[in-house]
Design a protein around this ligand. Sequence first.
Ligand code: ADP
Ligand code: MG
Length: 330
Amino acid sequence: MENREPILEVTRLSKHFKLEKRAVYKAVDQVSFQIFKGETFGLVGQSGSGKSTTGRMMIRLYDATDGEVSFNGKVISGKLSKEERRHLNKKMQMIFQDPYASLDPRMTVMDIIAEGIDYHGLAANPSKRAEKVYALLETVGLNREHANRYPHEFSGGQRQRIGIARALAVEPEFMILDEPISALDVSIQAQVINLLKKMQRELNLTYLFIAHDLAMVKYISSRVGVMHKGRLVELAETKELYANPLHPYTKSLLSAIPVPDPLKERARKRITYDPSIHKYDVEQPVWAEVTPGHWVLCSERELAQYRSDLALVASQTSKKGEQSGKSKEQ
Ligand code: ADP
Ligand code: MG
């Protein structure tokens, strides 16, 4: 990765919800990671693992119970002034999973998209405002005739495009895409993904891409973090995570992805994850960097095992390299 400057950093971030009888539910528990400028960071994990809650704390829809969020080097998880909130609202936007629930049904598309333009005073007069909205509609593959219509007149995919136009209207730097295509027909998922990728290239955006399976993030993310029950259990560059998964939960997620080759698909074994193998009641897990950039939540004993597993892989790979080198010489 060329540019390693972090745009966003979370440090031991936690969100605990109070349940009845003084019990607390740790929806997010001591999660730490960085997102670099211009990259797409994938956050995956099964439903209920705390992905949306993590995103909501970043954008201040939830206050953190503990830990810190920094954006462009400034802590944004504490108390913010009105001005700071306004600034953050412009720099950071979120696209939600449900394109039906996230647009106000009583507003026209024009007013939905222009909301941020108005709030931040980005258009000098009504005709400039309309021009901006028309341009945004065209950017996301809709057209100006759509501006006077209401959300119910659109399909799920079109609504998600309206949501994307609304987010882009304030010229953000960072976008949280919370399962942006999960609610859409398979036939239009790729179109929306391609639109998001195009926007990222053209506008130099940074994305946090939340998904519940690893198949989609492989295609779009440069690095991936895996969440399980509120904890981040593994983080690595996408290629590394797919080639050398270490945490048994990551292995189980990967084993759930169908492979296109029918022979390999028949041989594919599903791995189920049994958290009781860890014995964390006797040995507390730590967030450890196993090799540069590859992090795992593990005990000291597991860490030693993971390191020797990766060393073995590395020695096998270099042997293969030597052999193919020799065959070329002959
Ligand atoms: P994900 O996005 O990975 O599916 P969420 O972050 O939405 O998971 O939720 C994580 C857990 O926190 C879930 O068990 C959910 O029920 C719980 N949770 C989320 N929001 C609240 C809330 N406002 N009050 C109580 N529990 C919540
Ligand atoms: Mg969610």
